[in-house]
Design a protein around this ligand. Sequence first.
Ligand code: NAD
Length: 333
Amino acid sequence: MQIAVYSTQPYDRRFLDEALAHHAPHGDITLRYFDAALAADTVPLAQGCQAVCVFVNDVLDAHVLEALHGLGVRAVLLRCAGFNNLDVHAAERLGMFAARVPAYAPEAVAEHTLALVQTLNRHTHRAYNRVREGNFALDGLLGVTLHGKTVGIVGLGQIGLATARIFHGLGCRVLGHDPAPDPHFAALGKLVALPALLAASDIVTLHCPLLDSTRHMINHANLARMKPGAMLVNTSRGGLIETAAVIDALKSRHLGALAIDVYEQESALFFRDRSGDILDDDVFQLLLTFPNVLVTGHQGFFTVEAMREIAATTWHNLDCYLRGAPCANRISC
Ligand code: NAD
């Protein structure tokens, strides 16, 4: 079986190859690696393949799935948890197997959330540059002690719960909002409605999936509900935030700081070295001009442990497909 593996970097190839050697699925497997993301114009790369393996910014809409099906592709292996980029109904209609990696070191994303908070709060990125230039002045590096602060966590699944454990351990008061929270949250914090969480939190961090119902949940109205000077963190999906509204809130000084690992238009930017390019995204460029904004390029998951887990689960899902065995990670309507 040949598999077209899209959106790959050298590190993806390393972990996928290592895991394939250790967890060899049923049958002969040939991986065809591509740097390119899957989209309508890159479907032909999958010619001769029976499966595609994709990541967060690959396009799996009805048009792309139909074109892949026309080439003989019957399985879609997502190397990620979120599947907002997959038209699940179209995949089912075409009888295609689709599976994801539901959990890969949720602590990795939670720990990155803390890294973002403390970088912005304690200005370690500025201190790093200053000290290297022999400037030991502390002016401009003033932060706050997190102990005793209120942290609001929106989405209390695996990552939200791991985040709650971290901030609870730091001595923060933890608030959470989730229509179906993990029961373990009760020992760490208090469940409240979203408006109450926004009004009371010094830090608001988003850990819910991107759905039609959650798209732009952080809009003008909800930003106005936030405490003046609060920090907003998003390591979940860019579409949870209405970027124009956040820029307005930063300009008016109502929002104190913004840390994002994800961005609504990230597919045109992230996971590539664009240091020699002129970036056409004016909104993104504007975000980078604020001293109280920190952006990382969707690296929350990027630890050795998580990469191993992603690769092992991907090949486990393929093995289930090849053997016709039930697959707990299968995506269905
Ligand atoms: P999960 O499915 O375990 O938890 C998501 C939680 O969000 C669930 O408990 C669900 O009930 C809750 N939820 C749904 N709608 C909500 C709403 N309107 N308000 C509040 N909560 C709501 O998922 P997870 O593994 O914790 O991952 C969370 C998200 O993190 C994923 O959807 C993915 O988009 C993102 N993610 C980012 C990275 C990264 O590298 N930055 C890595 C992995 C996952």
